[in-house]
Design a protein around this ligand. Structure first.
Ligand code: SPV
Ligand code: MG
Length: 287
């Protein structure tokens, strides 16, 4: 059902707004704020384990978090599956596992295993086009639910390549059966995305992650064929700042008086936990 929702959203013509999350609570807050879907972010999940976003965590560790996220929200969840945790056999296993957990979409990027976060260092290595195309084909052949979305993520701009390499990959991955293309860019403006959209002559939903180019206009992006926008890391970045300030303030003052006005109330957390839905037993045992 959620999977069908994601596919319908993607084809609805409206911009699908997706927020990154790293656990059930952050996903719930995103849903409550009005986001259409959740991005189970590899970067955020790695950060919450205090390890680099470099395939240090296993597929199962990421999947466990994604499962917890999926159970916490009613909107669809798209999982960041890095480069698919290995070769085509790892991809087939991954799709079976993610599908069995009710995950609505997976995103696989065209970098070799182990991947490195796109914003780390220059000269990132790209996977061979044929190797990656086969990963997409195998992902599509493996899934049982035809609505499950497989997003092919193109890292050629990230690796410092030009438009022709990005286009070559985009046509190859479309041919291999990708349901959508994530065009990643680390430029400080949206120019590479528009450059791609203006040259790509296929009707396939485009996904963007505006981390380094925050100043986007959703209407203009939509007019260029962008259908999903993923705000990939703003949850973890806002919570780290908030916790740092609170913790430092408490260490300095030895009490929590100064922070009580800025932190959430216990009642708000009780609400988020669904405490009000706890059942009262019908029996009344007298001691
Ligand atoms: C993530 O959120 O883990 C992503 C997006 O893959 S990025 O950090 O931009 O690579
Ligand atoms: Mg990632």
């Amino acid at each position: 059902m959620k999977t069908e929702n994601l596919r319908n959203l993607m084809n609805s013509g409206k911009m699908v707004k997706v927020m990154g999350a790293h656990n059930g609570l952050s996903a719930k807050l995103a849903e409550n704020a009005g986001f259409d879907a959740i991005w189970a972010s590899g970067f955020e999940i790695a950060a919450t384990h205090v390890v680099p976003d470099a395939n240090i965590l296993t597929m199962t560790e990421n999947l466990n978090v994604a499962h917890s996220i999926n159970k916490s929200v009613s909107v669809p969840v798209i999982c960041d599956c890095d480069s698919g945790y290995g070769d085509i056999n790892n991809i087939a296993h991954m799709i079976k596992e993610y599908e069995s957990m009710g995950i609505s979409g997976v995103c696989i990027e065209d970098k070799p295993f182990p991947k490195l976060n796109s914003f780390l260092g220059e000269g990132q290595k790209l996977e061979d086009i044929e190797v990656f195309s086969e990963k997409i084909r195998v992902a599509q052949e493996t899934k049982k639910n035809k609505n499950m979305v497989v997003i092919a993520r193109i890292e050629a701009f990230i690796a410092g390549q030009g438009l022709s390499e990005v286009l070559k990959r985009a046509y190859a991955y479309k041919e291999a059966g990708a349901d959508a293309l994530l065009i990643h860019s680390k430029k400080e403006d949206v120019s590479e995305i528009y450059e791609f959209c203006n040259s790509f002559n296929e009707n396939l939903p485009i996904v963007v992650v505006p981390t380094t180019y925050p100043n986007i206009n959703l209407e203009i992006l939509k007019a260029h064929g962008v259908r999903l926008v993923i705000y990939a890391n703003h949850g973890i970045r806002s919570s780290v700042n908030a916790m740092k300030e609170t913790f430092e303030n408490i260490i300095k003052n030895g009490n929590t008086t100064n922070v009580e006005g800025t932190i959430s109330s216990m009642e708000e957390i009780f609400r988020l936990q669904g405490t009000g839905k706890l059942r009262k037993p019908s029996y009344n045992l007298q001691k």
